[in-house]
Design a binder for this molecule. Structure first.
Ligand code: FUB
Length: 329
C-alpha cells in the first residue's frame, strides 16, 4: 500500500514526457469528464470539467481546455468558460463537449442552479440545462452568445455533439425521462431543430449518463457509462439508430466514469477519469483525474475490452502501444 502511495505521488509530480496515467494536466488540478477532439491545428484538444478540492455533490464552477501533440506533454489553457459568465446558471459546471463547425469552436455544456435535498428529494431545487458557447479559438474564451439554455425542460446534462460527414450536428444528452434521445442542431448551432427524439436502442436501455457518439469506417458508435460507471456501447448505420447493443469495453472501478473516444494520427484513444487517492492533499477522499488508454477494434468493428494501465498512451510518440493485441488494430 505504501509503495502504491509513493508511486502515485511520483506520478502526480511528473509533468514532462515521462508522464503516464493519470495524464499530466497540472499539479493539484482535479479534472474529470474529458472530451477529446482533434482540431484543424492538428493538435489533440481536451475539454474537461474541473473538480473543486474535496467538493461535495459536484458543485463545480468552470471548464478547462488542454492541448497536446504527443498525448504526454499537455498545455493547460486554463478555464475557458465559467458559470460566472452565464446569466442562467451559477453551479454544476459538469461534463462538457466541443465541436468545430462554420469556422468556429463550440463548447456545449451542462450547468444549473439550486440544491439537491438528499433527505427529502421533493424539497430539491436543483435544475440543470444545456448551454452552447462559441469562440474563434480552441483555447477560448468561449462566450454564451445565446444567454440562455437550449431548453428549460427536460432537466438535462452530459451533452455530446456529433458532427457527421455531411455537416449535420446531432446533440445527445442524459436527461430526465429523455435518455437515449437525440436532437439535431440548427446550422448556426444556436438552437435545436424541434424536440428531442427517442432513439431505438434495440430494447436495452439501462440507467446511463455521459453519452458519446463517433463514426469509424462508416459505422456509428453510441458509447456510455452504463449505470454511470461501466463503459459499454451500441453500433448503428446511422447517427440516430436503430442501435444494437454490443457490450462492455471497460469495467467499473470505484466511482462514476465519463469518457470520450477519438482517433489521433491513426490511433484510437479512450479518455476517461479515475477516482484516486491523493496523498498529501487536504482532502482524504478519492478525487477524479483524467487518464487515457489506446482503444482497439476487431475486424468486424466491435470494440475490444480494455483495462486501466499505468502506461496509458505514453508510447504514442514513438509508436508504442502497450495495450495492443495481435487480433486488434
Ligand atoms: O462531473 C459531474 C458529473 O459526474 C458528470 O456530468 C457525469 O458524467 C459524472 O462524471
Amino acid at each position: 500500500m505504501k509503495f502504491i502511495t509513493l508511486a502515485f505521488v511520483a506520478l502526480l509530480a511528473t509533468t514532462d514526457a515521462q508522464a503516464r496515467n493519470p495524464l499530466a494536466l497540472g499539479q493539484n488540478l482535479r479534472t474529470a469528464d474529458p472530451s477529446g477532439h482533434v482540431w484543424p491545428d492538428g493538435g489533440m484538444w481536451l475539454y474537461t470539467s474541473h473538480d473543486e478540492e474535496c467538493q461535495a455533490d459536484f458543485h463545480m464552477k468552470d471548464w478547462y481546455a488542454f492541448s497536446s501533440t504527443d498525448l504526454v506533454s499537455w498545455t493547460n489553457h486554463g478555464a475557458v468558460l465559467s458559470v460566472k459568465d452565464l446569466k442562467w446558471a451559477d453551479d454544476y459546471a459538469w461534463a462538457p463537449d466541443a465541436a468545430y463547425k462554420n469556422g468556429k469552436y463550440y463548447l456545449v455544456f451542462p450547468a444549473g442552479t439550486g440544491v439537491k435535498d438528499r433527505q427529502d428529494p421533493k424539497r430539491s431545487t436543483k435544475w440543470m440545462g444545456i448551454g452552447i458557447a462559441e469562440s474563434s479559438s480552441p483555447a477560448g474564451p468561449f462566450k454564451d452568445v445565446i444567454g440562455a439554455p437550449l431548453w428549460r425542460k427536460p432537466y438535462a446534462n452530459d451533452p455530446a455533439l456529433f458532427i457527421d460527414d455531411d455537416g449535420r450536428a446531432y446533440l445527445y444528452v442524459h436527461a430526465s425521462g429523455a435518455d437515449y434521445h437525440v436532437v439535431e442542431m440548427a446550422d448556426d448551432m444556436r438552437s435545436v431543430k424541434g424536440a428531442l427524439q427517442k432513439m431505438d436502442m434495440g430494447g436495452y436501455e439501462p440507467k446511463m449518463e455521459g453519452p458519446w457518439v463517433f463514426k469509424r469506417d462508416g459505422r456509428y458508435y453510441f458509447t456510455m457509462p452504463e449505470d454511470n460507471r461501466t463503459l459499454s456501447y451500441y453500433m448503428a448505420s446511422s447517427p440516430t439508430g436503430p442501435w444494437t447493443y454490443r457490450g462492455v469495453f471497460m469495467e467499473p472501478e470505484n466511482g462514476n466514469n465519463h469518457h470520450s473516444i477519438v482517433q489521433y494520427q491513426g490511433r484510437w484513444v479512450l479518455f476517461y477519469h479515475r477516482w484516486l487517492d491523493v496523498p498529501g492533499a487536504a482532502c482524504s477522499k478519492k478525487q477524479r483525474h483524467v487518464a487515457a488508454e489506446f482503444l482497439h477494434f476487431n475486424a468486424d468493428g466491435t470494440i475490444r475490452k480494455i483495462g486501466r494501465t499505468e502506461e496509458g498512451v505514453t508510447g504514442f510518440a514513438n509508436g508504442g502501444n502497450v495495450n495492443r493485441s495481435p487480433a486488434t488494430e
